[in-house]
Ligand binder design. Structure first.
Ligand code: PLP
Length: 391
């Protein structure tokens, strides 16, 4: 049997060997200490942790003391949204969250939580290309939210929002700006040195570090309150004994991602475009979601009229190709993707859409394999869908 092709890097990536090498000493005898301990074991762990903070900071154009390690992107998003709302309440201001309909559930659910806490949410829609309307965003800033949160690149479609303009407008209005950069960092150049984001979310397992480590870059500590409570670690913003090995892994992965981003971005865009051309040649009525917008180069989300995504994914898997429908977190649910629905894609097409996402290990041969098996899968699934009277 030939090796399966993994085209689900937006869901997660394998740990890179360099990253594993870097983190292992922090799990073993030499540097396993608690970074808050004053003895040599603790100091060794602390040194690794602080080096990791420097590496993450350098990779995104921030300062080391602005990097707060978290258990991943979800926690970082929650800290940004709920933490900003709590900080506003502390100042006697309304807990109002401004965000968009295409955000990851980690942001949308955190905004709903703020509502449960007595706050408010304003969710901006997007156009058919998946883009937020800048004027609408600017108008919403006048209602002085506690935080404005817009993702840098969408995890389902790859669509890139005009973050520089949104962040600048937000900054000008005195509103803290948060961006979830989980699918942007390492895929195209981003830097806080040139963008006025107050808060930035990163996740390790999308860039070759293990699952369970991420970071929130906090450029203004007054902008967020802790959402969990305990010791004084990480400036009191995120208490709890730090995941040192994870932080070291994130530091190494971030350094590699930043060093490789220019070449990797071009390489992935080329592979993505070949894939799009190949799939469209095989299925002439294929719809590429967000096609006209600037997109992160690793994601291709395609809608196949008359075919169900769940069946396509199953047949692709049988043919040796792993992909996903929308975001992994909603796999198993029959609801159409909230991102595609927000873009105005009709329900049937949204339910017939699959996401291919490329990564560091993806090769031309992987793309060619998918292009080769795709027509057969679509024909089979269309017949099946028609037989069942759906589609
Ligand atoms: N934000 C985006 C855009 C994502 O794609 C993901 C993961 O799919 C997350 C947040 C959540 O990150 P984590 O899996 O590290 O909690």
């Amino acid at each position: 049997m030939t090796t399966p092709v993994y085209l689900d890097h937006a869901a997660t990536t394998p740990v890179r060997p360099e990253v594993l090498d870097a983190m292992l000493p922090y799990l073993g005898l030499s540097a396993f200490g608690n970074p808050s301990s004053a003895h040599r074991f603790g100091r060794a762990a602390r040194a690794g942790l602080e080096q990791a903070r420097k590496e993450v900071a350098l990779a995104v154009g921030a300062e080391p003391n602005q990097v707060v390690f978290t258990s991943g992107g979800t926690e970082a998003d929650n800290l940004a949204i709920v933490g900003s709302a709590l900080a506003a309440r502390e100042k006697g201001q309304p807990m109002r969250v401004l965000t968009t309909a295409v955000e990851h559930k980690a942001v949308l659910a955190a905004a709903h939580h703020v509502v449960k806490l007595g706050g408010e949410e304003e969710i901006l829609g997007v156009g058919p290309d998946g883009l937020v309307e800048v004027d609408e965003f600017v108008a919403a800033l006048h209602r002085l939210p506690a935080v404005a949160s817009v993702m840098w690149a969408n995890n389902e479609t790859g669509v890139r929002q005009p973050i520089d303009r949104l962040a600048e407008a937000s900054c000008g209005a005195g509103v803290p700006f948060h961006s979830d950069a989980v699918q942007a960092f390492g895929k195209f150049p981003i830097s806080l040195a040139t963008t006025s984001c107050t808060l930035l979310t990163l996740s390790g397992h999308k860039i070759g570090a293990p699952k369970g480590i991420g970071a929130l870059v906090v450029r203004d500590r007054k902008a967020v309150e802790a959402i969990i409570h305990g010791g004084g670690q990480q400036f009191g913003i995120r208490p709890g004994t730090e995941n040192v090995a994870g932080a070291v892994a994130l530091g190494r992965a971030a350094t590699l991602a930043a060093a490789e981003v220019a070449t990797e971005s071009a390489r992935l865009a080329d592979l993505r475009d070949r894939l799009a051309t190949g799939l469209r040649a095989a299925v002439s009525d294929l719809v590429i979601h967000g096609e006209r917008a600037a997109r992160a180069p690793h994601v291709l989300n395609v809608g196949v009229p008359g075919a169900e995504a769940e069946a396509m994914l199953m047949h692709l898997d049988l043919a040796g190709v792993a992909a996903s429908g929308g975001s992994a977190c909603t796999t198993g649910s029959v609801e159409p993707s909230h991102v595609l629905v927000a873009m105005g894609v009709d329900r049937a097409l949204a339910l017939g859409s699959v996401r291919f996402s490329l990564g560091h290990e993806t090769t031309e041969a992987d793309v060619a394999r998918l292009v080769a098996v795709f027509p057969g899968v679509v024909t089979k699934v269309r017949q099946l869908t028609a037989t069942l009277g759906r589609g």
